[in-house]
Design a protein around this ligand. Structure first.
Ligand code: COS
Length: 380
């Protein structure tokens, strides 16, 4: 059964396999098990950038590789097959760079995108607030215009790489007006106080931050795109990122399936490998079928993105289904492995279980995806 819809995907899979052997497996366990306070893996992040992964689907003019989104989501799928937390390092970098690339001026793109793509600087997509998660429009962070700069106050939470970011792609309101805006903010200033959130369940290679902004300043020229279009920019960015989350789910589900097939062929019970038992076969059949469906939805969304068509519906369907599929497949894998799945020293299943859970939460919960899908299908 081929995983590919396009022969170019095979080259991506091979590249990631080589990278995983050299750069992921030697550090994977250490990054997952690191005691608090956790440290962001800067060296690995830089290697991911230098390998061209962050900028895979970005234009060559801005330091990218000019590849398709289908190739990019294959990259995320494959990275997450080997280590989802490490795959997330790449996905977050792409998410945060997307608004600059798609809504920024030529000058902003030239100034920031090549350094984001190479991993030289760490950007963060700074949207979520304590009371603005699913209700993303309920932004309380306010920028006040003062001469040629904005002075920003507010609080942000659950920001991937927000604890270590050099550059924030920040969403907020300006002068209390209702529309949301997007602006670029240099985090290297005293009013920017960020901390690493502790005791994260999974996806531990990529850190998550909480941020307090007190009189943080940025030039008015750092407004991204048009005034008042910030919510739309956030939603368009999330459409793209949701396909990436779907790819994370496909990678994790594939790993759960492969581990389960290999284990069930070697594990003996009642005088034969457990793969001979119909109970196990049915679990494997359900996993394989759901995985195939999740992969098809994911690639279809990426193909629509490559065609320049609106793909909000397909992204929501792919994210919803692939996240639930990862959950299903890892749960079945745990059942097949029994104690050898539950105890992390024996297999990767325990890590997969922790890593997959956030897929139904971040970048729009499963409930939000259902809202988006229903809105598209029923009409508003
Ligand atoms: N692409 C382009 N424009 C979009 C869009 C998209 N995907 N989604 C919404 N818009 C536009 C709409 O067209 C509308 O524009 P007008 O005001 O010009 O008519 C505007 O944005 C508001 O749209 P809508 O009314 O659908 O927004 P809602 O407030 O109803 O959105 C949900 C509700 C829940 C869907 C939205 O807030 C959401 O996705 N929340 C989850 C946020 C999230 O994923 N957070 C994770 C944090 S990032 S890790």
């Amino acid at each position: 059964m081929s995983k590919n819809i396009d022969p170019r995907q095979e080259a991506v899979r091979e590249t990631v396999k080589d990278f995983a052997e050299k750069e992921i497996y030697p550090v994977s366990r250490e990054l997952d098990q690191m005691p608090e306070p956790r440290k962001f893996p800067r060296e690995l992040y830089r290697k991911i950038g230098q390998a061209g992964f962050i900028g895979l689907a970005m234009p060559e003019k801005y330091g990218g590789q000019g590849k398709s989104h289908v190739e990019y989501i294959t990259l995320i799928e494959e990275l997450c097959y080997h280590d989802a937390g490490i795959g997330l390092l790449c996905a977050v970098a792409e998410l945060a760079t997307y608004p600059i690339l798609n809504f920024g001026s030529d000058e902003q793109k030239e100034k920031y995108v090549p350094d984001c793509a190479s991993g030289k600087i760490i950007p963060a997509f700074v949207l979520t607030e304590p009371e603005a998660g699913s209700d993303a429009a309920n932004q309380k962070t306010i920028a006040v215009e003062n001469g040629n700069e904005y002075v920003i106050n507010g609080e942000k939470i659950f920001i991937m790489h927000g604890d270590v970011a050099d550059l924030a792609v920040l969403f907020c309101k300006i002068d209390g007006k209702p529309k949301i805006n997007t602006m670029l903010v240099d985090t290297n200033q005293p009013g920017w106080k960020a901390r690493t959130l502790k005791n994260k369940m999974g996806m531990r290679a990529a850190t998550t931050g909480g941020i307090h902004l007190t009189d943080v300043k940025t030039p008015t020229g750092n407004l991204l795109g048009e005034f008042g279009k910030g919510f739309r920019y956030a939603m368009q960015t999330l459409d793209s990122a949701r396909v990436g989350v779907a790819a994370q789910g496909v990678g994790i589900a594939q790993r759960a399936l492969d581990e389960s097939v290999a284990y069930s062929k070697k594990r003996q019970a009642f005088g034969a490998p457990i793969a001979k038992l119909q109970a196990i076969q049915w679990m494997i059949a359900d996993m394989a079928t759901r995985l195939e469906a999740a992969r098809c939805l994911t690639y279809k969304a990426a193909m629509k993105q490559d065609n320049g068509e609106r793909f909000s519906l397909e992204a929501a369907m792919a994210k919803l289904y692939a996240a639930e599929t990862a959950n299903f497949c890892v749960d079945r894998a745990m059942q097949i492995h029994g104690g050898y799945g539950f105890i992390g020293e024996f297999s990767i299943i325990e890590k997969l279980y922790r890593d997959q859970r956030v897929l139904e939460i971040y970048e729009g919960t499963s409930e939000v995806q259902r809202l988006v899908i229903a809105g598209n299908v029923i009409g508003r």
